[in-house]
Design a protein around this ligand. Structure first.
Ligand SMILES: C[S@@+](CC[C@H](N)C(=O)[O-])C[C@H]1O[C@@H](n2cnc3c(N)ncnc32)[C@H](O)[C@@H]1O
Length: 480
């Protein structure tokens, strides 16, 4: 297995690895002082690299040239180190009891964000960059002025929105990302709607002697909260087009499709990390492709590629309007086709060059994930050059894993705070479907069970990476 070259941050020596992150002695004042000093040095060095990267970007924009004077991977790495070191400094200098109280009530910050998105606050603020008085915002949203003002102040204090004058609010760099961004707004609505409600039922299910031990996707917090026996996907297929479980004008199905688009875009340029150009006019089959968001963004950059987007019927039916808006002509010219396909059944498209699955395996427990992989094996066998690309998070632990580089000490080997979204999404998978985000080693085990092998991991400047699989020709196993 090959992992592509990465920035020279690997802390390979086991002794150095053991120093990464927190240790039982970290409460001793001298140990903390030593840690703080090395974190400040790390933060300073990483910040200088980030500034260099930003300056390189600014120069490129002014000249109009597209050469990458500063590799995006290095900028990403420096940002990860800066975020991780900055947060570890906060942890070190903050009173532990206050940290615990903050963490235990952090959902109020999330709720504040959900409310502002539900009420369209970022879009309203975008109409007046000089700022909008809270009374005007209250009139537009129907939320009482002083209550909305306090919600916004809670967010301004963590650098989402800005209070430009007392009682006058504007977007800042972070809230600006939501403006006109259907995808990001939808993911926020999904987090604040069905996923938030479901998370409240997690302890009930986890502490239940039967359901707590289960890996089944019908014994999760979702069934407990929604009062259904259906797994999430079947529920979404049956009720998604008519149900609104959060106070928005969109149905769950609309929110879900757009949320995937938004998540994919937030995860950034992963598709650029794959050598698509070398594939010429290849056909890419996006298995469980949703409304085809990955294909849409890839199609825009690589005009020779052709795409087949497969998913459950209501999902593929909801895709064409998005494509007509975003890439007119792609459907009429046949560059993209939509196909109903249950990925537990054998792959019907044989001879394609790339089979791709983004955010699929993490939705399922190990046994079902193996069945999904195994259903692709005959199609991969039919074309010796065919490959399966998995786009998912590659998890790591604070102690590190053998197959991926560790963060520089004294950061946790997995970059700690910089990967908190990865861990929150892992818990979301557990809550909704008994799914899981996996390490490279865990994915390799699933691949082997399905008669496939990991050929290469492409480390991307993103939360998600690409793992390329091929057929294990010597495999004589059977998927039970
Ligand atoms: C997390 S979403 C990812 C969607 C898409 N790959 C993307 O990145 O935007 C998972 C997708 O799996 C689809 N799905 C669930 N069960 C399926 C099945 N049995 N066969 C095919 N697709 C399925 C869902 O409808 C959903 O679109």
């Amino acid at each position: 297995m090959t992992v592509t070259a990465t920035a020279p941050t690997a802390i390979a020596h086991p002794v150095v690895k053991a120093l990464n992150g927190d240790s039982p002695n970290s409460s001793a004042p001298l140990h903390r002082a030593e840690q703080l000093r090395s974190l400040v040095r790390l933060l300073t060095d990483a910040s200088e690299r980030v500034i260099e990267g930003w300056e390189a970007e600014a120069t490129q924009n002014n000249n109009g040239t597209k050469t990458h004077a500063f590799p995006p991977g290095e900028l990403y790495e420096a940002r990860q180190i800066a975020v991780s070191a900055g947060a570890m400094i906060v942890d070190l200098v903050q009173d532990p009891q206050i940290r615990i109280l903050e963490l235990g009530s952090q959902y109020y910050e999330a709720r504040a964000l959900h409310i502002t998105v539900e009420k369209g606050v970022p879009d309203i603020l975008a109409e007046a960059p000089q700022g909008v008085p809270i009374e005007d915002l209250a009139a537009r949203t129907g939320v009482k002025a002083h209550k909305l003002g306090r919600i916004l102040r809670a967010l301004c204090s963590i650098h989402v929105f800005a209070e430009v004058k007392p009682g006058v609010f504007a977007n800042n760099r972070t809230s600006q990302a939501l403006v006109g961004n259907d995808g990001l707004q939808s993911m926020t609505l999904s987090m604040g709607g069905i996923r938030y409600k479901t998370s409240a039922s997690l302890p009930t299910v986890l502490f239940d002697p039967v359901r707590g031990q289960s890996e089944s996707n019908v014994e999760t917090a979702f069934q407990e909260d929604a009062g259904t026996d259906l797994p999430w996907w079947a529920w979404l297929k049956k009720y998604g087009a008519t149900t609104r479980r959060s106070p928005t004008s969109k149905t769950e199905l609309e929110i879900y499709g757009l949320a995937m688009l938004g998540t994919g875009r937030a995860h950034g340029a992963v598709h650029l990390e794959y050598p698509w150009e070398a594939l010429g006019n290849a056909t890419v089959v996006d298995v469980g492709g949703g409304i085809g968001s990955m294909c849409l963004d890839t199609a825009k950059r690589f005009p020779n590629l052709k795409f087949i987007v497969q998913d459950l019927l209501p999902v593929v039916q909801s895709a064409p309007p998005v494509w007509e808006k975003e890439l007119p002509g792609a459907i009429d010219s046949g560059r993209v086709q939509f196909m109903e396909h249950d990925f537990f059944n054998e792959q019907p498209v044989q001879g394609a060059d790339i089979y791709h699955m983004r955010y699929i395996l993490h939705d399922w427990d190990d046994d079902r994930a193996v069945r999904i992989l195994a259903a692709l094996r005959p199609a991969l066998l039919a074309n010796p050059g065919a490959r399966l690309l998995i786009c998912d998070q590659v998890m790591n632990t604070t102690h590190g894993c053998e197959l991926v580089d560790s963060a520089p000490a004294p950061l946790p080997a997995n970059y700690g705070y910089a990967t908190r979204l990865s861990h929150m999404l892992d818990l979301n998978m557990m809550t909704m479907f008994n799914g899981r985000e996996r390490t490279a080693e865990e994915l390799a085990v699933l691949a082997r069970r399905a008669g496939l092998v990991v050929e290469r991991i492409f480390k991307c400047p993103s939360l998600v990476w690409l793992t390329r699989l091929k057929v294990d020709e010597g495999w004589v196993g059977e998927v039970a």
